[in-house]
Design a protein around this ligand. Sequence first.
Ligand code: ADP
Ligand code: MG
Length: 257
Amino acid sequence: MAKIFCIANQKGGVGKTTTTVNLAAGLAQIGQRVLVVDLDPQGNATMGSGIDKRKLELTVYDVLLESASIAEARVKADKAGYDVLGANRELAGAEVDLVALERRERRIKTAIAEVTADYDFILIDCPPSLSMLTLNGLCSAHGVIVPMQCEYFALEGLTDLVNTIKQIHANLNPDLEIIGLLRVMFDPRITLQQQVSDQLKAHFGNKVFDTVIPRNVRLAEAPSYGLPGVVFDPSSKGAQAFVEFAKEMVRRIETMR
Ligand code: ADP
Ligand code: MG
């Protein structure tokens, strides 16, 4: 049965999508069966996995509205090595469409339940908000992976996210916990980043992943080739860090079982 993780942070541009596609590719490389669910109308995880979002016949939007199952809507990202439930701009309308529907925060959870036997990991790339889409992700997951840059304001935003997760844990999804904070785009030469990193460890202890993802231009270049960095340039520092992170995640889920 798959372990299901949301990659969430209500800030934009913090590395959620980069983490989703590269963790997925890293896990695939070490033999794990992975599904990426793109819950962001921008469709970056879809495109970054080599799937043209404009050509998709079925997307996560159809799954949310229950007009398709995940088995029908998923596609294979061959080069990346995992399956994708894609998203495109159509998904932006879901927020409004869902308001009138029953079980509106549990639509993805219900759909995922049908495919958990097909995967070891299901990774959900969330939009930069605490919206109904993110809520659907958080209601489906066993845990949240929070990518963050070690900057001063990162800590401030974290409080909101931690509170949201606590509320969802209490009211909607008792399984939900923060699996860990992932330090991304890290530059050890910047003193402030070291300081924030130390504060994170002091405050969150073992909730901070051991693996640190460095700032690495190859990770930023990879999406324009429709590939995760892990596949695009396996020898790059960024790719190697994500493969390490995949191994760390496999170790973590051993202790969760
Ligand atoms: P989000 O999904 O949170 O909005 P992205 O993953 O799209 O964030 O990342 C934002 C930008 O930063 C993208 O242009 C991405 O290529 C770049 N980026 C992400 N992680 C790294 C990294 N470790 N090193 C260099 N650039 C990165
Ligand atoms: Mg994104």
